[in-house]
Design a protein around this ligand. Sequence first.
Ligand SMILES: Cc1cc2nc3c(=O)[nH]c(=O)nc-3n(C[C@H](O)[C@H](O)[C@H](O)COP(=O)(O)OP(=O)(O)OC[C@H]3O[C@@H](n4cnc5c(N)ncnc54)[C@H](O)[C@@H]3O)c2cc1C
Length: 270
Amino acid sequence: MDRRTFVRSSALGLAGIATSGALTGVALADSTSTAVEGALAGAGVSVAEATPAWLGEEPQIDEAMITADYNADILVVGAGCSGSAAAATAAQMGLSCICVERGAGVPETREYLGGIDTKYSIEAGVETDKGRILNELSRYASGKCNRDLINLWIENSAEMIDWVDGILTAAGKQGEVTVTPDHETGGTSYLTPSCEHIWEPSYVYPMRNDLFVQIAQEADNPVLFNCKLIKLIHENGMVKGGICDYAGKLIRIYAPYTIIATGGIRAIRR
Ligand SMILES: Cc1cc2nc3c(=O)[nH]c(=O)nc-3n(C[C@H](O)[C@H](O)[C@H](O)COP(=O)(O)OP(=O)(O)OC[C@H]3O[C@@H](n4cnc5c(N)ncnc54)[C@H](O)[C@@H]3O)c2cc1C
């Protein structure tokens, strides 16, 4: 979902979080692919037809263990690079949004941000051949990539850099693009596009994602840390929010739109 496609719906209704209760009502399923695939095979279900094994099974949750219900236009799961940006965008668009992050704070990130034909590239006199960068990134992925997604980035990254630039320069940082000439490696000339942007001073608080989270919080949109999504809410075949373990208590967040932003290296490690 891009920044233009958020749609306003219900208002945020925040109630207090109940202060008692432990997570004894949650039975987490064995989510190892071997175990799930084995169980499916035993039931005569082809893995190819079933829920992908790596997703595991949804936990069974005792409704009585839910300590609080919330409503928002959007639930964002994860406050990393994409989740914090989504939460900030929702706030800027006047939407109510709850962002949940299983970590104790805004996750650390590397601050380089890629963009093509940005104001910084133009200032630096950098021209990018869009067809060539599409081919280079596809080659880099041995063709196992979504070229439409790469094109989306190629066509929209300048606007994205403008948006980030407004936030970071307002915080006293100065942007620049790293200019990297093409070079030979092993006799092959690779495209090394000048698309990496950084804002100085970098890697000092507040970093990019800290600022995104601040924008959400200043709009009174909660960013809940130590809050882990454990189950999505399904209604009529649609995802309508999620149930989270919030510091040892179960909370339920209803939202017409849910953005799963749990990808990236921290998730892969687990
Ligand atoms: C060493 C290294 C250097 C890199 N350098 C750069 C760089 O310079 N520029 C660049 O653009 N990219 C860089 N990357 C890649 C970049 O970090 C990832 O592409 C990016 O973090 C992905 O963003 P994301 O929002 O999808 O995931 P993440 O940033 O990983 O955020 C996902 C968040 O979801 C949370 N989460 C997971 N499960 C749940 C749950 N069930 N409930 C609640 N929260 C949950 C996680 O705790 C995490 O905070 C680098 C990666 C590495 C490893």
